[in-house]
Every structure is written in C-alpha cells, then in structure tokens.
Design a protein. Structure first.
Length: 301
C-alpha cells in the first residue's frame, strides 16, 4: 500500500459474534476490509485492543482514529456507551472513547438508542438508520430492519421518534430448530403462496397463531406436506402476527427496509401483499455509511 492510499481512519462494526473492519482513505474511499470471529460474546474488555491490533496492525501505522458501532458499546463490550433516549438525533453528537494503550490512537464508540415507554433498546441499528438518512436527505417515515430482533422505527426530521422490537427471527429459529417442528421444517427453500396464505391468517387474526403452529407438524404427518412449504408457512404465521402488532408503524406510511436479501424478502413480500411498497437498502452498506456520518460529526467539532 503506497503512501498515497494508506488509510486515514478505521470503521468497525463490532457485533456479538464477529467484527468487520474497513480501512478508510482521506477521501472516504474504502481501501480494505477485514473480518474476525472475535465478537463481543467471546471477549472481555481488555481483549478488544488486541483484536484490533491483530486485524488492522498495518492500517494502524497511519490510521489514528477508529469509529465503531454495535455491541462493542454494550455493558459487556469494550466500553459502555450510554444510550441516547428517544426522541433523539439519529447521528449522535457525543460518542464514548474506549481505553487504549497504543500511543496516538483514539477509538470512538457510537451509542445505541433507548425508549423509556414502552421500554426498548437498539445497538447497531441506529448506525444503519444514520447511513440511510445520509444517503436520503430529508427522508421521513418508517424504517424496518429485519433480523433476529426486527426493529420498526419512526424517523422524522433526522430523529428517531419511537420504535418497536419484535423477536420474530429468534422465535422462528427456536421453533424451526429446537421444537417439535424441527422434524417438519426444512433448512432452506421457499413457497411464496404458502407464506402469503399463512401471513394473511395471522395478520387478520393474530390469536390464531397459538392454534396453528402444531398444525404444521400435523400437516406433514397427515397430508405429507413438504418441508419447504411448512418452512414458508411457519415464517408466514410469525411475520403475520408481527405485522398485526406493528400496523400503526407501516399502514399508510412512507416505508424503507434495511437488511440482507434473505431476511428482507419475506417482509417485502408480506408488505407488498398489503399494498405497501418499501425502499430497499443493504444493511452492510448502510452501516458503513452511518459510521462515515459519525466520523464526519467528529471531524467538524
């Protein structure tokens, strides 16, 4: 790497199970990317700098600043970055510095966001939202961030007004992998028609889900229903109940969805079936854009 394109700073997305680093040039371009399996779940506070040094040692010869988001700022992370409280600016004006031993290095940690009533929290998603707003100036509406814990976020005038978290992804994994349904639900594959049918049932009558989950197992035993169809039906039942719960967020609203293709597509299909179109954005791209926005805030101080 020549002197002209050596990194000026490092962006980091530090999650529970892994971390991704980007070397950023003076013009904001990405000069390199590295990943590590050393996520928050396997580290104690004193080990974070070692992971950074091991993964990015060459970059740190010229990069004197790191801006990090995600679980690195949790109570179990490198340093606790206290939550902002809604309503609040999506791009924080204040970050927390992590303790470091390397001379000349500063590590800034982006705080998450909390809501007091009803109680809710996010870490990492706020950076994706900041990235989306940085690329969509003046955008107001609802942003859905599907995943293990899906977030529905009301954004207005550059602020997070309110949000709701649904554990749909985690419930799907538990039911598909650890319940009796594991014998009937495939690991992959899809049936769009079965998904929409099941989703429509619980969207209109969410209480029906309690009585329909076991019917997935029974359907295979009695009717030999294929496991891909049952996987789609399980997803439909859960997402239908989620959409019923979050209807005030998405019904008649300007919507966007930030996420990877695999987890986003069921939400796109489900909302489309209700006549709701959403603007799509990639989670990784928005994370990096959000970290760059946070870095720009530091540079303008």
């Amino acid at each position: 790497m020549t002197a002209a394109n050596k990194p000026a700073w490092i962006a980091a997305d530090w999650g529970t199970s892994n971390v991704r680093f980007w070397a950023i040039g003076t013009d904001g371009s990405v000069l390199g990317e590295r990943t590590s399996a050393d996520g928050m779940g396997s580290l104690v506070a004193s080990e974070y700098e070692g992971v950074l040094n091991q993964s990015c040692n060459e970059w740190l010869e010229t990069a004197t600043m790191v801006v990090a988001c995600g679980m690195v700022g949790s109570r179990q992370g490198w340093v606790e970055a206290p939550y902002q409280t809604t309503p609040c600016a999506v791009c924080p004006t204040k970050m927390v510095k992590a303790p470091v031993e390397r001379d000349g290095l500063t590590v800034h940690v982006i705080p998450g966001i909390r809501q007091t009533d009803p109680a809710d929290v996010m870490r990492g998603e706020e950076t994706q939202i900041a990235g989306f707003l940085a690329q969509n100036d003046g955008w107001d509406g609802i942003i859905c961030l599907p995943g293990t814990h899906t977030k529905w976020v009301h954004v207005s005038a550059g602020e997070v007004v309110s949000f709701q978290t649904c554990m749909t992804g985690e419930l799907f994994a538990l039911l598909a992998e650890q319940s009796v349904l594991r014998h009937s639900v495939s690991d992959d594959g899809w049936n769009e028609e079965a998904f929409i049918d099941a989703m429509s049932q619980t969207l209109s009558r969410p209480e029906r889900m309690a009585g329909q989950l076991f019917s997935l197992r029974a359907s295979q035993l009695v009717h030999d229903t294929d496991s891909q169809t049952l996987r789609a039906r399980l997803s439909g039942l859960l997402i239908g109940a989620e959409l019923a719960s979050t209807k005030p967020y998405w019904l008649g609203q300007n919507g966007a969805l930030i996420g990877a293709e695999a987890v986003s597509q069921p939400y796109v299909a489900g909302l489309a079936a209700q006549g709701v179109a959403v603007t799509r954005a990639d989670a990784t791209d928005m994370t990096l854009a959000g970290i760059k926005a946070a870095h720009a805030m530091l540079e303008t101080r």
